[in-house]
Design a protein around this ligand. Structure first.
Ligand SMILES: Nc1nc2c(ncn2[C@@H]2O[C@H](COP(=O)(O)OP(=O)(O)OP(=O)(O)O)[C@@H](O)[C@H]2O)c(=O)[nH]1
Length: 657
């Protein structure tokens, strides 16, 4: 369970430093026997090894991609975590496998390079997890295994250039990310030596669109789950003696995780990715490939999408470049990636991009930001707003930053500043109030606050092509933003209607684009409204309920999966003197404030002189509706009208705490 005390995996370095066993042979240990573990650890802390997680649904091609990467590593030193070493079965001629027999690490002699080979062999250690899913309770095992890898590199006296982790097909990348962030916050020793740097998701282009329409839950697919009988391995399960699939899942049909809709997992895997490898393109037409690419980019507009057949992609497309010590020393600090983000910041980025696309479409400009290569990161300021993407006054998403900015408008684009623990955030690893990353989860926890320190930044594709493709397939997104609350019963009924229609459509095998594009007036009749909902593929965001003060709620829907739940508290409902000072600016970007500068001045003590006028005028504060809808042939007007029918007046007494 996340947050429970975990043994310090890195302690193994000390245990092994005297040449003790523990799975490392004496010869392997010899080269670095003279290294001072403390000095070595300090060096690792300065230059942590980047970790790349490879996720993707069952059979998408994760192992195939990993094999390709390892066989083309050209002199890299790579530490690899998998559940089944045998499944990887890489070409030993191209890989100098290092390690030692007896332990979890594979251990064979270095393979000889054929005379014709142009590449320097990759040097690799591979550690096998015995069981468990990296995102579940056995996450402990992942950090233990990472410790094994780092210990191996210590014993050999050579730092890895990369660590690559292959997740199971049902691993939830957000939980994996959380686990790394929690381990970091909890001060795990192994986290001094590694840094989660990149999330890669492999998508099976031949099944993705169809799976998005799946009405199944994980429990409906027993082959995805550990049935306790050892038959849970899925593809490549071997002889059934033990789960052999990489990072074999530990969920059983009785586990809550088994109730997760497959589509929900698929969407999460795409959304939580810096790089999406669109695999199995040999199995689809160009038209199908373009459709899947458009769907992926609409779900995650920041992802760098790489086309592949049998995982054949250039190494630098998948692994983060430039992490040798010399390279790290030579370059400017790297922007944050999705690996350093969190759900709230992901949402902010999605909203930003949807608004940016909308603006570009209406302005006739380029619908995609001009990011042209994988190395180009999308920088956000502390509030998660895209740098350089500041909309003009009066535009949705505009942030009033200057003292000359005195007008009224809705800060509709800014993700609200709360985190929640729906994803299993560990209480034990929770930083203190006021610390970046703190999550208020308990009733004794008086406030929520922004993860303002996470500058969310994705890398993304050149993108020019996919806008056209999205237009061709009718895929689009829009943001619904209002500053009035919903009436709970009306909204719940609407949400039920949306998910009911989605289930019916999926059960009938109809994709979101299977119906005629509804007209703006289609909400007048029930059938028309069904068509409106049928067009939605994914919707998510923040919800303000009139009767829920001081709570903020979230809305998450992915095809047949729908979830409305409590998220945390609005900042406006939290006494201002408890706001962490360093987050005040980012908190205020979510406010319906006339002038952030004026509010800041008042917070800084000038309020008495101005009579608190600026603070009084912020009205509902950060309370708001902010939902992004993604779909095929979306009828923005009809959806907005249906949602507007759920709005009520701001209750009396709503203001700032
Ligand atoms: N036609 C085709 N088959 C592929 C491609 N990539 C992988 N495969 C095959 O798809 C099957 C599954 O590939 P894996 O790499 O094992 O997929 P995985 O995601 O690791 O699978 P699990 O670990 O079981 O979730 C294997 O039979 C591969 O040979 C591809 O691009 N085209």
């Amino acid at each position: 369970v996340h947050g429970t005390a975990r043994p310090s995996a890195f302690a193994r370095v000390r245990a092994l430093s005297g040449g003790a066993g523990g799975g490392i042979s004496a010869s392997a240990a010899a080269p670095s026997a003279a290294l001072d573990p403390e000095k070595w650890l300090a060096r690792q802390r300065d230059f942590p090894v980047p970790v790349t997680i490879i996720s993707g649904f069952l059979g998408a091609g994760k192992t195939t991609l990993l094999k390709h990467v390892l066989e083309n590593g050209d002199g890299c030193r790579v530490g690899v975590l998998v559940n089944d070493v045998a499944a990887v079965n890489i070409d030993a001629k191209l890989v100098a496998q290092r390690g030692a027999a007896g332990g979890p690490a594979t251990a064979t002699a270095a393979g000889a390079l054929p005379a014709t080979a142009a590449r320097t062999p990759l040097e690799m250690d591979m550690v096998q997890l015995q069981n468990g899913c990296i995102c579940c309770s056995a996450g402990d095992e992942m950090f233990g295994a990472l410790g094994e890898l780092i210990s191996l590199s210590y014993m050999k006296g050579a730092r890895y250039d990369h660590v690559v982790v292959e997740a199971s097909g049902v691993a939830e990348p957000r939980l994996v990310r959380d686990a790394f962030q929690e381990a970091d916050a909890a001060g795990y020793q192994v986290m001094q030596a590694v840094r989660l740097a990149r999330m890669v998701t492999v998508v099976d282009a031949s099944t993705f669109a169809e799976q998005l329409n799946s009405i199944q839950k994980l429990r409906d697919r027993p082959e995805l789950l550990d049935d306790g009988g050892g038959g849970a391995a899925g593809a490549g399960a071997g002889d059934g003696a033990a789960p052999l699939a990489p990072f074999a899942p530990v969920a059983s049909p009785a586990d809550p995780a088994a109730n997760r809709a497959i589509v929900d997992l698929l969407v999460e895997q795409v959304e939580t990715a810096d790089v999406v490898v669109l695999n199995k393109l040999d199995c689809v037409s160009a038209q199908q490939a373009a459709l899947v690419r458009s769907l992926v980019l609409e779900l995650n507009g920041y992802a760098h999408v790489v086309d592949a057949t049998y995982g054949r992609v250039a190494l630098e497309e998948v692994l983060p470049a430039g992490y040798s010590i010399a390279e790290v020393q030579a370059r400017a600090p790297q922007p944050e990636t999705v690996a350093q983000s969190n759900e709230v910041m992901d949402h902010k980025a999605a909203i930003d991009l949807a608004l940016q696309k909308h603006r570009s479409a209406t302005d006739g400009g380029s619908a995609e930001p001009a990011h042209t290569s994988v190395g180009h990161a999308h920088e956000h300021d502390v509030a998660g707003t895209a740098a350089g993407a500041e909309p003009a006054h009066g535009e949705p998403g505009h942030v009033c930053a200057g003292s000359d900015c005195g007008h009224e408008h809705a800060h509709a684009s800014h993700g609200h500043a709360h985190e929640h623990d729906a994803a299993g955030t560990a209480a034990g690893a929770n930083p203190a109030h006021g610390e970046p990353g703190h999550v208020c989860a308990g009733s004794d926890c008086g406030h929520e606050h922004a993860h303002a320190s996470h500058g969310h930044a994705h890398e993304h594709d050149a993108g020019g092509g996919e806008t056209t493709a999205s237009a061709r397939f009718g895929i689009k997104s829009f943001v619904y933003a209002r500053r009035r609350p919903f009436e709970r019963a009306r909204l719940t009924a609407l949400f039920d209607e949306l998910t009911r229609v989605q289930r019916e459509e999926a059960a009938a095998g109809r994709m979101p684009n299977a119906r005629e594009t509804p007209s703006a007036s289609a909400d007048a009749d029930a059938g028309g409204r069904s068509a409106v909902w049928a067009a939605v593929l994914r919707s998510k965001g923040f919800v303000w309920l009139a009767d829920a003060e001081p709570s903020a709620h979230y809305w998450s829907h992915a095809r047949v999966h729908g979830e409305l739940g409590e998220l945390g508290q609005w900042w406006a409902a939290v006494p201002r003197d408890t706001w962490p000072r360093e987050f005040v600016e980012s908190i205020l970007t979510d406010f319906d404030a006339p002038s952030k500068a004026a509010v800041l001045r008042e917070l800084d003590g000038e309020g008495a002189r101005s009579g608190g006028a600026a603070l009084e005028r912020v009205g509902v504060g950060d309370r708001r509706q902010e939902l992004v809808f993604i779909g095929v042939g979306l009828d923005e007007a009809a959806i907005s009208a249906a949602l507007d029918e759920c709005l009520v007046d701001v209750p009396a007494g709503i203001g700032l705490a």
